[in-house]
Design a protein around this ligand. Structure first.
Ligand code: NI
Length: 439
Protein backbone atom coordinates (compact mmCIF):
# COMPACT_ATOMS: atom_id res chain seq x y z
CA UNK A 1 0.00 0.00 0.00
CA UNK A 2 2.75 2.44 0.99
CA UNK A 3 4.88 1.53 -2.02
CA UNK A 4 2.08 2.08 -4.44
CA UNK A 5 1.32 5.47 -2.87
CA UNK A 6 4.95 6.57 -3.18
CA UNK A 7 5.01 5.40 -6.80
CA UNK A 8 1.92 7.43 -7.45
CA UNK A 9 3.48 10.67 -6.15
CA UNK A 10 5.25 13.01 -8.53
CA UNK A 11 9.04 13.02 -8.02
CA UNK A 12 9.12 16.68 -6.81
CA UNK A 13 7.05 15.69 -3.76
CA UNK A 14 9.69 13.13 -2.82
CA UNK A 15 12.45 15.71 -3.22
CA UNK A 16 10.62 18.11 -0.90
CA UNK A 17 10.07 15.29 1.61
CA UNK A 18 13.76 14.41 1.60
CA UNK A 19 14.80 18.05 2.03
CA UNK A 20 12.38 18.42 4.93
CA UNK A 21 13.82 15.34 6.55
CA UNK A 22 17.31 16.79 6.14
CA UNK A 23 16.46 20.19 7.60
CA UNK A 24 14.68 18.84 10.67
CA UNK A 25 17.69 16.66 11.36
CA UNK A 26 17.36 13.17 12.69
CA UNK A 27 14.07 11.49 13.17
CA UNK A 28 13.55 9.99 16.61
CA UNK A 29 14.35 6.52 15.26
CA UNK A 30 17.60 7.88 13.78
CA UNK A 31 18.87 9.45 16.96
CA UNK A 32 17.76 6.57 19.18
CA UNK A 33 19.95 4.29 17.04
CA UNK A 34 22.82 6.75 16.86
CA UNK A 35 22.81 7.30 20.64
CA UNK A 36 22.66 3.58 21.31
CA UNK A 37 25.61 2.91 18.96
CA UNK A 38 27.70 5.74 20.43
CA UNK A 39 26.86 4.80 24.03
CA UNK A 40 28.15 1.28 23.41
CA UNK A 41 31.30 2.63 21.74
CA UNK A 42 31.86 4.98 24.69
CA UNK A 43 31.30 2.35 27.38
CA UNK A 44 34.98 1.73 28.16
CA UNK A 45 35.66 5.45 28.27
CA UNK A 46 32.76 6.04 30.69
CA UNK A 47 33.93 3.18 32.92
CA UNK A 48 37.48 4.53 32.93
CA UNK A 49 36.30 8.02 33.89
CA UNK A 50 34.30 6.49 36.70
CA UNK A 51 37.23 4.45 37.97
CA UNK A 52 39.48 7.49 37.90
CA UNK A 53 36.95 9.54 39.91
CA UNK A 54 36.49 6.55 42.19
CA UNK A 55 40.18 6.35 42.95
CA UNK A 56 40.40 10.10 43.55
CA UNK A 57 37.28 11.01 45.53
CA UNK A 58 36.84 14.51 46.95
CA UNK A 59 34.47 15.71 49.67
CA UNK A 60 31.77 18.33 49.08
CA UNK A 61 32.97 21.73 47.86
CA UNK A 62 36.51 20.34 47.52
CA UNK A 63 36.02 18.68 44.10
CA UNK A 64 38.91 20.59 42.47
CA UNK A 65 40.59 17.74 40.63
CA UNK A 66 37.23 16.28 39.63
CA UNK A 67 36.03 19.64 38.31
CA UNK A 68 39.23 20.11 36.32
CA UNK A 69 38.77 16.80 34.48
CA UNK A 70 35.13 17.55 33.70
CA UNK A 71 35.83 21.10 32.51
CA UNK A 72 38.66 19.91 30.23
CA UNK A 73 36.45 17.23 28.69
CA UNK A 74 33.58 19.65 28.05
CA UNK A 75 35.95 22.21 26.49
CA UNK A 76 37.44 19.57 24.21
CA UNK A 77 33.91 18.85 23.01
CA UNK A 78 33.51 22.52 22.10
CA UNK A 79 31.05 23.41 24.85
CA UNK A 80 30.91 26.79 26.54
CA UNK A 81 32.23 26.03 30.03
CA UNK A 82 31.87 27.88 33.29
CA UNK A 83 33.90 26.77 36.30
CA UNK A 84 33.66 27.67 39.96
CA UNK A 85 29.85 27.72 39.91
CA UNK A 86 28.51 27.13 43.45
CA UNK A 87 32.13 26.80 44.69
CA UNK A 88 33.49 23.87 42.61
CA UNK A 89 30.68 23.20 40.13
CA UNK A 90 31.07 23.07 36.36
CA UNK A 91 28.40 24.07 33.85
CA UNK A 92 28.73 23.20 30.17
CA UNK A 93 26.48 24.69 27.52
CA UNK A 94 25.85 22.92 24.24
CA UNK A 95 24.05 25.13 21.74
CA UNK A 96 22.28 23.12 19.09
CA UNK A 97 22.29 24.00 15.40
CA UNK A 98 18.66 25.08 15.60
CA UNK A 99 16.71 27.33 17.97
CA UNK A 100 14.77 25.87 20.84
CA UNK A 101 14.43 25.81 24.61
CA UNK A 102 17.11 24.90 27.15
CA UNK A 103 17.01 21.59 28.92
CA UNK A 104 19.38 20.73 31.79
CA UNK A 105 21.00 17.43 32.76
CA UNK A 106 22.60 17.13 36.18
CA UNK A 107 25.26 15.02 37.89
CA UNK A 108 26.58 15.41 41.44
CA UNK A 109 30.31 15.30 42.20
CA UNK A 110 30.96 14.79 45.90
CA UNK A 111 32.26 11.76 47.80
CA UNK A 112 31.64 10.77 51.42
CA UNK A 113 33.72 10.47 54.62
CA UNK A 114 33.65 6.66 54.45
CA UNK A 115 36.62 4.27 54.31
CA UNK A 116 36.12 1.90 51.37
CA UNK A 117 36.21 -1.83 52.16
CA UNK A 118 35.74 -3.36 48.69
CA UNK A 119 38.59 -5.10 46.88
CA UNK A 120 38.12 -3.51 43.44
CA UNK A 121 41.46 -2.67 41.77
CA UNK A 122 40.50 1.02 41.66
CA UNK A 123 39.59 1.12 45.36
CA UNK A 124 39.92 4.48 47.08
CA UNK A 125 42.63 4.92 49.68
CA UNK A 126 42.06 8.67 49.93
CA UNK A 127 41.81 10.39 53.28
CA UNK A 128 40.80 13.84 54.42
CA UNK A 129 40.14 15.81 57.56
CA UNK A 130 36.44 15.99 58.25
CA UNK A 131 35.00 17.76 61.30
CA UNK A 132 38.46 17.68 62.81
CA UNK A 133 38.83 13.92 62.31
CA UNK A 134 41.04 12.00 59.88
CA UNK A 135 38.65 9.98 57.71
CA UNK A 136 38.73 7.75 54.66
CA UNK A 137 37.00 9.23 51.61
CA UNK A 138 35.11 7.26 48.97
CA UNK A 139 32.40 7.48 46.35
CA UNK A 140 30.05 5.36 48.44
CA UNK A 141 26.94 6.84 46.84
CA UNK A 142 27.86 6.42 43.18
CA UNK A 143 28.27 10.08 42.25
CA UNK A 144 31.44 8.98 40.37
CA UNK A 145 29.15 7.02 38.04
CA UNK A 146 26.80 9.99 37.60
CA UNK A 147 29.65 12.22 36.44
CA UNK A 148 31.10 9.62 34.06
CA UNK A 149 27.66 8.94 32.57
CA UNK A 150 26.98 12.65 32.03
CA UNK A 151 30.42 13.14 30.43
CA UNK A 152 29.46 10.36 28.01
CA UNK A 153 26.11 12.03 27.28
CA UNK A 154 27.93 15.32 26.60
CA UNK A 155 30.26 13.59 24.13
CA UNK A 156 27.37 11.97 22.25
CA UNK A 157 25.20 15.09 22.09
CA UNK A 158 28.17 17.29 21.10
CA UNK A 159 28.63 15.03 18.08
CA UNK A 160 25.00 15.62 17.10
CA UNK A 161 24.81 19.33 17.86
CA UNK A 162 23.87 20.43 14.32
CA UNK A 163 20.68 18.41 14.60
CA UNK A 164 19.65 19.64 18.04
CA UNK A 165 16.85 22.22 18.32
CA UNK A 166 17.73 24.09 21.47
CA UNK A 167 20.36 24.07 24.16
CA UNK A 168 21.51 21.35 26.52
CA UNK A 169 22.98 22.54 29.80
CA UNK A 170 25.24 20.08 31.61
CA UNK A 171 25.27 20.76 35.34
CA UNK A 172 28.04 19.13 37.39
CA UNK A 173 27.20 20.05 40.93
CA UNK A 174 29.26 19.79 44.12
CA UNK A 175 28.20 19.00 47.68
CA UNK A 176 24.98 17.05 47.15
CA UNK A 177 25.38 15.54 50.61
CA UNK A 178 25.45 19.03 52.12
CA UNK A 179 27.97 20.64 54.42
CA UNK A 180 27.80 19.98 58.15
CA UNK A 181 28.78 23.51 59.02
CA UNK A 182 26.48 25.23 56.51
CA UNK A 183 22.76 24.94 55.79
CA UNK A 184 23.40 24.67 52.10
CA UNK A 185 23.77 22.15 49.30
CA UNK A 186 25.36 22.27 45.89
CA UNK A 187 22.01 22.31 44.11
CA UNK A 188 20.62 25.07 46.31
CA UNK A 189 23.62 27.25 45.62
CA UNK A 190 23.50 26.46 41.90
CA UNK A 191 19.89 27.69 41.80
CA UNK A 192 20.79 30.80 43.82
CA UNK A 193 23.55 31.55 41.31
CA UNK A 194 20.97 31.50 38.50
CA UNK A 195 21.81 28.19 36.82
CA UNK A 196 18.11 27.40 36.31
CA UNK A 197 17.03 30.86 35.09
CA UNK A 198 17.04 29.99 31.37
CA UNK A 199 16.21 26.30 31.84
CA UNK A 200 12.78 24.94 30.94
CA UNK A 201 13.11 21.42 32.39
CA UNK A 202 15.76 19.35 34.16
CA UNK A 203 16.57 15.63 34.28
CA UNK A 204 18.80 13.71 36.64
CA UNK A 205 19.44 10.15 37.66
CA UNK A 206 20.77 8.27 40.66
CA UNK A 207 22.40 4.91 40.29
CA UNK A 208 21.17 2.34 42.80
CA UNK A 209 23.23 -0.50 44.24
CA UNK A 210 20.13 -2.53 45.12
CA UNK A 211 18.35 -2.32 41.76
CA UNK A 212 19.43 -4.79 39.06
CA UNK A 213 21.37 -3.49 36.04
CA UNK A 214 19.18 -2.86 33.03
CA UNK A 215 16.35 -1.45 35.12
CA UNK A 216 15.04 2.11 35.44
CA UNK A 217 12.77 3.21 38.27
CA UNK A 218 10.69 6.37 38.55
CA UNK A 219 7.75 7.81 40.44
CA UNK A 220 5.45 10.67 39.42
CA UNK A 221 4.80 13.39 41.99
CA UNK A 222 6.47 13.15 45.40
CA UNK A 223 9.27 10.57 45.11
CA UNK A 224 11.75 11.31 47.90
CA UNK A 225 11.05 12.98 51.22
CA UNK A 226 11.56 16.51 52.44
CA UNK A 227 13.92 16.55 55.42
CA UNK A 228 13.72 18.88 58.39
CA UNK A 229 15.85 18.82 61.50
CA UNK A 230 14.13 18.80 64.85
CA UNK A 231 15.68 20.34 67.97
CA UNK A 232 13.82 20.60 71.26
CA UNK A 233 15.28 22.05 74.44
CA UNK A 234 13.30 21.39 77.62
CA UNK A 235 14.04 23.64 80.56
CA UNK A 236 12.95 22.66 84.07
CA UNK A 237 14.28 23.31 87.56
CA UNK A 238 17.35 21.53 88.89
CA UNK A 239 17.20 19.67 92.23
CA UNK A 240 18.79 16.91 94.29
CA UNK A 241 17.69 13.50 92.97
CA UNK A 242 16.48 12.63 96.46
CA UNK A 243 14.14 15.67 96.58
CA UNK A 244 12.27 15.48 93.25
CA UNK A 245 9.30 17.45 94.60
CA UNK A 246 11.44 20.55 94.55
CA UNK A 247 12.37 20.06 90.89
CA UNK A 248 10.71 20.57 87.53
CA UNK A 249 12.15 17.41 86.03
CA UNK A 250 13.07 17.90 82.35
CA UNK A 251 13.91 14.17 81.97
CA UNK A 252 10.37 13.06 82.80
CA UNK A 253 9.00 15.88 80.63
CA UNK A 254 11.27 14.89 77.74
CA UNK A 255 10.11 11.29 78.06
CA UNK A 256 6.47 12.38 77.81
CA UNK A 257 7.30 14.54 74.81
CA UNK A 258 9.00 11.63 73.02
CA UNK A 259 5.87 9.53 73.53
CA UNK A 260 3.60 12.45 72.60
CA UNK A 261 5.48 12.90 69.33
CA UNK A 262 4.55 9.34 68.38
CA UNK A 263 0.98 10.56 67.88
CA UNK A 264 1.89 13.14 65.22
CA UNK A 265 2.00 10.53 62.48
CA UNK A 266 -0.38 8.01 64.03
CA UNK A 267 -3.13 10.48 64.96
CA UNK A 268 -2.71 13.69 62.92
CA UNK A 269 -1.40 12.61 59.50
CA UNK A 270 -3.87 11.06 57.07
CA UNK A 271 -1.77 7.98 56.38
CA UNK A 272 -4.10 6.84 53.61
CA UNK A 273 -2.87 9.80 51.55
CA UNK A 274 0.85 9.76 52.18
CA UNK A 275 3.05 8.78 55.14
CA UNK A 276 5.34 10.95 57.25
CA UNK A 277 8.09 10.25 59.77
CA UNK A 278 9.04 11.88 63.07
CA UNK A 279 12.15 10.36 64.67
CA UNK A 280 13.96 11.44 67.83
CA UNK A 281 17.55 10.39 67.23
CA UNK A 282 19.36 11.72 70.28
CA UNK A 283 18.36 12.80 73.74
CA UNK A 284 20.72 14.26 76.23
CA UNK A 285 20.41 15.57 79.76
CA UNK A 286 22.04 15.27 83.15
CA UNK A 287 25.46 14.20 84.42
CA UNK A 288 24.96 12.23 87.62
CA UNK A 289 22.69 9.62 89.24
CA UNK A 290 21.45 11.88 92.02
CA UNK A 291 21.02 15.18 90.22
CA UNK A 292 17.87 16.14 88.39
CA UNK A 293 19.24 18.40 85.64
CA UNK A 294 17.91 21.75 84.56
CA UNK A 295 17.82 20.99 80.86
CA UNK A 296 17.36 18.20 78.32
CA UNK A 297 18.07 18.49 74.62
CA UNK A 298 16.72 16.24 71.93
CA UNK A 299 17.31 16.18 68.21
CA UNK A 300 15.69 14.24 65.43
CA UNK A 301 14.52 14.16 61.84
CA UNK A 302 11.19 14.82 60.12
CA UNK A 303 10.25 13.39 56.71
CA UNK A 304 7.24 14.72 54.77
CA UNK A 305 6.03 14.67 51.15
CA UNK A 306 4.10 17.91 50.67
CA UNK A 307 4.16 21.44 51.98
CA UNK A 308 0.69 21.10 53.55
CA UNK A 309 1.79 17.95 55.35
CA UNK A 310 4.99 19.66 56.47
CA UNK A 311 3.00 22.58 57.92
CA UNK A 312 0.70 20.15 59.79
CA UNK A 313 3.56 18.03 61.18
CA UNK A 314 5.52 21.08 62.32
CA UNK A 315 2.46 22.57 63.99
CA UNK A 316 1.66 19.33 65.86
CA UNK A 317 5.25 18.90 67.04
CA UNK A 318 5.24 22.41 68.50
CA UNK A 319 1.82 22.02 70.12
CA UNK A 320 2.69 18.68 71.70
CA UNK A 321 6.15 19.66 72.95
CA UNK A 322 5.17 23.10 74.25
CA UNK A 323 1.97 21.97 75.94
CA UNK A 324 3.39 18.85 77.58
CA UNK A 325 6.22 21.01 78.91
CA UNK A 326 3.73 23.62 80.11
CA UNK A 327 1.67 21.00 81.96
CA UNK A 328 4.81 20.08 83.90
CA UNK A 329 5.77 23.66 84.63
CA UNK A 330 8.69 23.44 82.21
CA UNK A 331 9.28 25.10 78.85
CA UNK A 332 10.08 23.55 75.51
CA UNK A 333 11.92 25.53 72.89
CA UNK A 334 11.20 23.94 69.52
CA UNK A 335 13.44 24.63 66.57
CA UNK A 336 12.51 23.02 63.25
CA UNK A 337 14.97 23.63 60.42
CA UNK A 338 14.10 22.92 56.80
CA UNK A 339 16.85 20.97 55.08
CA UNK A 340 15.95 19.28 51.75
CA UNK A 341 12.61 19.97 50.02
CA UNK A 342 10.59 17.05 48.65
CA UNK A 343 11.96 15.54 45.43
CA UNK A 344 8.89 16.14 43.31
CA UNK A 345 8.65 14.81 39.78
CA UNK A 346 6.35 17.19 37.93
CA UNK A 347 3.28 15.16 36.88
CA UNK A 348 3.00 16.66 33.40
CA UNK A 349 6.70 16.34 32.62
CA UNK A 350 6.83 12.77 33.95
CA UNK A 351 3.87 11.77 31.80
CA UNK A 352 5.44 13.43 28.77
CA UNK A 353 8.82 11.71 29.22
CA UNK A 354 7.59 8.28 30.29
CA UNK A 355 7.48 6.91 26.72
CA UNK A 356 11.17 7.87 26.39
CA UNK A 357 12.19 5.97 29.53
CA UNK A 358 10.00 3.05 28.46
CA UNK A 359 11.50 2.78 25.02
CA UNK A 360 15.07 3.01 26.35
CA UNK A 361 14.57 0.53 29.21
CA UNK A 362 12.52 -1.94 27.17
CA UNK A 363 9.65 -4.22 28.11
CA UNK A 364 9.33 -4.88 31.85
CA UNK A 365 12.46 -2.88 32.72
CA UNK A 366 10.83 0.43 33.66
CA UNK A 367 9.35 0.11 37.13
CA UNK A 368 7.61 2.47 39.50
CA UNK A 369 9.42 2.79 42.82
CA UNK A 370 7.89 3.15 46.25
CA UNK A 371 8.10 6.39 48.20
CA UNK A 372 11.66 6.89 49.38
CA UNK A 373 12.15 8.31 52.88
CA UNK A 374 15.68 9.44 51.98
CA UNK A 375 16.24 12.80 50.30
CA UNK A 376 18.11 14.33 47.39
CA UNK A 377 19.16 17.92 46.74
CA UNK A 378 17.93 17.61 43.12
CA UNK A 379 14.72 18.82 44.81
CA UNK A 380 16.09 22.38 44.80
CA UNK A 381 16.18 22.40 40.96
CA UNK A 382 12.64 21.02 40.92
CA UNK A 383 11.47 23.89 43.11
CA UNK A 384 12.77 26.24 40.42
CA UNK A 385 11.57 24.39 37.29
CA UNK A 386 9.81 21.11 36.40
CA UNK A 387 12.18 18.19 36.78
CA UNK A 388 12.32 14.43 36.58
CA UNK A 389 14.66 12.38 38.76
CA UNK A 390 14.88 8.63 38.24
CA UNK A 391 16.92 5.61 39.31
CA UNK A 392 19.31 3.47 37.31
CA UNK A 393 20.09 -0.14 38.21
CA UNK A 394 23.64 -0.72 39.46
CA UNK A 395 23.37 -4.14 41.14
CA UNK A 396 24.65 -7.28 39.37
CA UNK A 397 21.73 -8.94 37.57
CA UNK A 398 21.90 -12.03 39.81
CA UNK A 399 22.24 -9.96 43.01
CA UNK A 400 19.87 -9.94 45.96
CA UNK A 401 18.59 -6.43 46.81
CA UNK A 402 18.41 -7.36 50.50
CA UNK A 403 22.03 -8.53 50.54
CA UNK A 404 23.60 -5.92 48.22
CA UNK A 405 25.49 -3.27 50.24
CA UNK A 406 23.45 -0.09 50.39
CA UNK A 407 24.59 3.42 49.60
CA UNK A 408 26.74 5.23 52.20
CA UNK A 409 28.34 1.97 53.43
CA UNK A 410 32.01 0.82 53.17
CA UNK A 411 31.12 -2.17 50.94
CA UNK A 412 29.08 -0.15 48.44
CA UNK A 413 29.53 -1.70 45.01
CA UNK A 414 28.31 -0.90 41.49
CA UNK A 415 28.01 -3.13 38.46
CA UNK A 416 29.42 -0.90 35.73
CA UNK A 417 27.54 -2.69 32.95
CA UNK A 418 24.52 -0.58 33.90
CA UNK A 419 26.11 2.72 32.83
CA UNK A 420 25.28 2.51 29.10
CA UNK A 421 21.56 2.51 29.90
CA UNK A 422 22.07 5.66 31.97
CA UNK A 423 23.87 7.39 29.09
CA UNK A 424 21.11 6.43 26.67
CA UNK A 425 18.33 7.49 29.04
CA UNK A 426 19.69 10.99 29.68
CA UNK A 427 20.68 11.63 26.04
CA UNK A 428 17.28 10.57 24.74
CA UNK A 429 15.38 12.49 27.43
CA UNK A 430 17.17 15.67 26.35
CA UNK A 431 16.54 15.15 22.64
CA UNK A 432 12.96 13.94 23.01
CA UNK A 433 12.18 16.92 25.20
CA UNK A 434 13.68 19.44 22.80
CA UNK A 435 12.18 17.68 19.81
CA UNK A 436 8.74 17.48 21.29
CA UNK A 437 8.76 21.08 22.27
CA UNK A 438 9.37 22.20 18.71
CA UNK A 439 6.39 20.23 17.45
NI1 NI B 1 23.75 10.16 46.25
Amino acid sequence: MKISLINALPSWVLVICLCFQFHTGFSQTDYRKEISKKATELEDKVINWRRDFHQHPELGNQEQRTAGIIARHLRELGLEVEEGVAVTGVVGILKGGMDGPTVALRADMDALPITERTDVPFKSTATATYNGQEVGVSHACGHDAHMAILMGVAEILAGMRENISGTVKFIFQPAEEGMDDLDTWGAKQMVEEGVMDDVEAIFGLHINSQTPVGTLKYRAGPAMAAVDNLEITIKGKQAHGAYPWSSVDPIVTASQIVLGLQTVVSRSVNVTEIPAIVTVGSIHGGVRHNIIPEEVEMIGTIRTYSEEQQVLVHRRIREIAENIAKSAGATAEVNLRKMYPVTFNDYELTEKMLPTLQSIAGEGKLLEHELITGAEDFSFYQKAKPGLFFFLGGMPADGDPDEAPSHHTPDFYLDESGFVLGVEALANLALDYLGMDGE
